[in-house]
Design a protein around this ligand. Structure first.
Ligand code: UDX
Ligand code: UDX
Ligand code: ADP
Length: 469
């Protein structure tokens, strides 16, 4: 069995960075080099004051312990490839924006370029591990590219090792994963390569949590896990609409159904809609895969999960407009939270972006506060969401504030879009004093104490609760 002494990770993003930093921490005998073409990103990973390019609780501590010991960050992709026994491919796989499959298929250009680079550079055998979430059978394409371009006496074994970490809990998830999934070809070489990667994880993951399966099962399991998680949220959100129309309470409904051990209580929190880089992209991948396999009904089934999510966002912004006497033109709305969920600075597919775009289209004034997201990121997301508006026009309507209290000043309504813990301890008395009356709170995250806010004088509308404000 090949033994892994040197690992290279191509792609220093949300997946590659934390995953390989943890591998370095837990395997001091393995030299781990994370490479990326993006100089600014690598500089941030190497910054003397540990101002890392992504915010993730616990990450800084891991990097402090391992960086310079057996963890290195570099833009020298070729050297990283050359030296490694095992290479993780952790590059981005966004949804295609043009061409065949635009809007649903994964753009595999970055995976292909990285794979071709490995083939061009490698002069010794490598285990190549697909870490990015990719459509089923991508490993096969990688294998064909590598074999067609390999040098004599260089063999490549391909593994699929999808990452299940969630942002905000990445380090916790990596330290104690529910499972590590490794897919390989069922040949003796494939199984040996698989065992070599198992050895790496065995340094801290119990053996019974390391699952080894076929290559394609592994690839499909990743898409399926995300699709089923997203489906739970769309299901609970669909029920939240019924609750609002009937006067039932989604918290009570979710708790009641979650007590059934076959259903389970996790991931049943109604919200303003799911976001993040994975859920929508992976479902659309599954839809595209089903369509290309001629499984039209299967494609339609999964597509509905995304449709319901879009509906939930639209329904929420419409409720804001309807409640504010059918117009928000010229009214100030404070949006608390811009990240797609708490404890991350990531905004990809964040529901807040859609809500704010809707408010802009109604010609409202919007104040945004988020404790983590960089201002430049907010401006770039809002510009992308409204391509027909110039940044100057957007900035005439939208302001970024430095605290929740500041954002709420002179507002007619507060919209809670992200469940940041600090929003649970907002001084609502002071917020109320600074707002125009009647003062509304729209809770898209089931976060506030409704009775307490009503006692102060707020009109409170909550996802999945239909009672009078
Ligand atoms: C997800 C998967 O959880 C992870 O296993 C996979 O590797 C990557 O995709 P992530 O996108 O980081 O992780 O976050 P997650 O915690 O799953 O939340 C996704 C979205 O769903 C967020 O917008 C979150 O607010 C929302 N959500 C989650 C709900 O609205 N309700 C819930 O009950 C749970
Ligand atoms: C169901 C609910 O389980 C129960 O809580 C409710 O009170 C009544 O409806 P039941 O219809 O008796 O109970 O059987 P159940 O075991 O839930 O199975 C329903 C159907 O689903 C069966 O045809 C079963 O074969 C099928 N099923 C169940 C699957 O195909 N796959 C599964 O994993 C589980
Ligand atoms: P993810 O959430 O999947 O980790 P990110 O976009 O955060 O995605 O990170 C992917 C990283 O991969 C980016 O920093 C990008 O610069 C890097 N990358 C993409 N293609 C290559 C390549 N061929 N070589 C090196 N790095 C690459």
């Amino acid at each position: 069995m090949p033994r892994v002494n040197k690992i290279c990770c191509i792609g220093a993003g949300y997946v590659g960075g934390p995953t390989c930093a943890v591998i370095a921490l837990k395997c001091p005998h393995i030299r781990v080099t994370i490479v990326d073409l993006n100089q600014a990103r690598i500089d941030a990973w190497n910054s003397p004051d540990f101002h890392l390019p992504i915010y993730e609780p616990g990450l800084e501590d891991v990097v402090r312990k391992a960086r310079g010991r057996n963890l290195f960050f570099s833009t020298d992709v070729d050297k990283g490839i050359q030296e490694a026994d095992l290479i993780f491919v952790s590059v981005n796989t966004p949804t295609k924006k043009s061409g065949v499959g635009a809007g649903s298929a994964a753009d595999l250009n970055y995976v292909e370029l990285a794979t071709r680079r490995i083939a061009a550079i490698a002069t010794s055998s490598k285990i190549v591990v697909e870490k990015s979430t990719v459509p089923c059978r991508t490993a096969e394409s990688m294998r064909i590219i590598l074999e067609a371009n390999s040098k004599p006496n260089t063999r490549f074994d391909i593994l699929s090792n999808p990452e299940f970490l969630a942002e905000g809990t990445a380090i916790k998830d990596l330290f104690a994963p529910d499972r590590v999934l490794i897919g390989s070809l069922q040949t003796s070489e494939g199984k040996e390569a698989c065992q070599a990667l198992c050895e790496v994880y065995r340094n801290w993951v119990p053996n019974d949590k390391i699952l080894t399966v076929g290559l394609w099962s592994s690839e499909l399991s990743k898409l399926a896990a995300n699709a089923m998680l997203a489906q739970r949220i769309s299901s609970i959100n669909a029920l939240s609409a019924i609750c609002e129309a009937t006067g039932a309470n989604i918290d009570e409904v979710a708790h009641s159904i979650g007590q059934d051990s076959r259903i389970g209580s996790k991931f049943l929190r109604a919200s303003v809609g799911f976001g993040g880089s994975c859920f929508q992209k992976d479902i659309l991948n599954l839809v595209y895969l089903s369509e290309s396999l001629n499984l039209k009904e299967v494609a339609e089934y999964w597509k509905q999960v995304v449709t319901m999510n879009e509906y939930q966002k639209r329904r929420f912004s419409k409720r804001v407009v309807d409640t504010l006497f059918n117009t928000i033109t010229g009214k100030r709305i404070a949006v608390l939270g811009f990240a797609f969920k708490a404890d991350t600075g990531d905004t990809r597919e964040s529901a807040a972006i859609t809500l704010i775009r809707d408010f802009q289209e109604e010609r409202a004034l919007v104040n945004i506060y988020d404790p983590q997201v960089e201002h430049s990121q907010i401006w770039s997301d809002l510009s992308e969401a409204s391509p027909s508006m110039s940044l100057e026009t957007i900035q005439r309507q939208v302001s970024i504030c430095s605290s929740a209290l500041e954002a709420c000043r002179n507002a007619e309504a507060v919209v809670i879009a992200t469940e940041w813990a600090e929003f649970k301890t907002i001084d609502w008395q002071s917020v109320y004093a600074g707002m125009n009356k009647p003062a509304f709170v729209f809770d898209g995250r089931l976060l506030v104490n409704v009775e307490e806010l009503r006692a102060i004088g707020f009109k409170v509308a909550v996802i999945g609760r239909g009672e009078r404000l």
